[in-house]
Ligand binder design. Sequence first.
Ligand SMILES: [Zn+2]
Length: 338
Amino acid sequence: MLLIIATMLLSCDSEEADYSIMTVNGAIFSTDMGVTLSHEHVMVDWIGADSTGYHRWDRDEVVQRALPYFQEASGRGIDTIIEATPAYLGRDPFILAEISRLSGIQILTNTGFYGAVENRFIPGYVYHENSYEIAARWIDEFENGIDGSDIRPGFIKISVAEEQPLTTLHKKLVEAAAIAHRHIGLTILSHTIGDIPAMEQIEMLKQKNVSPKAWAWTHAQTGTLEGNVEAAGMGAWIALDNVNFNPEQEPGEHGSIEWYAERIMKIRDAGFLGQLLISHDAGWFDVGEENGGAFRGYSDLFDFLVPELTDGGFSDEEIMQLLITNPQNAFGIRVRVL
Ligand SMILES: [Zn+2]
């Protein structure tokens, strides 16, 4: 495994490269990722960093609740799912490893901290540590495993407050992500609502000599088309990640299937199809809810969005680019500097 990582870190950033991908059950080659959903959830615990922990849920119960949705996804041809629940918000790599073994779906977990929702999910020590100390924690999870396991993160997940300039604390998270990226080459997914914090993060990364190619604008559907295109023009990944069919929505309304198809086509027409990631942001076992509450499956994208794109003239190759090639390039482990 280490040899694969070492080889990858040395390789350059080219379209045809075969990168290393870190799953919860070890490293694989990016060409073995197959059809990939780039942002989903197995479990979320909303109680907050002060009170969450492994004592809050029964692992067997969560596995039994989530497994049928993974089996369904496997039956639909999905090979890999990126699980984007951060630490202190219900991340449990042991559950992910078990679901992966039982369903055959490859799963990636993450390292990082989630700053949105008024820092409810930020543990107290983060306030007192500097960006290097925070980055060291994330690097340690990648090098030595998460919480005493040999399960390693496959990407960095951070989150910042919405529609406003970054706070000091959130700047520290972005800085820590840049530092960690330069050490371990993991891609940064940043929950970012609106254009303003997206552009600010891209500028910060550039100041730290990290290429925007190492950063994905998670929830880019909350930004304007112009903002998406501008960020893509600087190299960022544009993650349109809340594709769900809602019968109550008017066709074409923001967030509807037609809206997603149109946004994807416009970004393609601007020349950035190769930087788009699409997913449902679905799931999940809601800790504290009876039987985990309502669980959304991972298939609307195939049932509704892909047909809409095909009707709009998307070729099979373009669909494959969105679901296979782009995730390989996005999550392939390598240091991306300017
Ligand atoms: Zn999410």
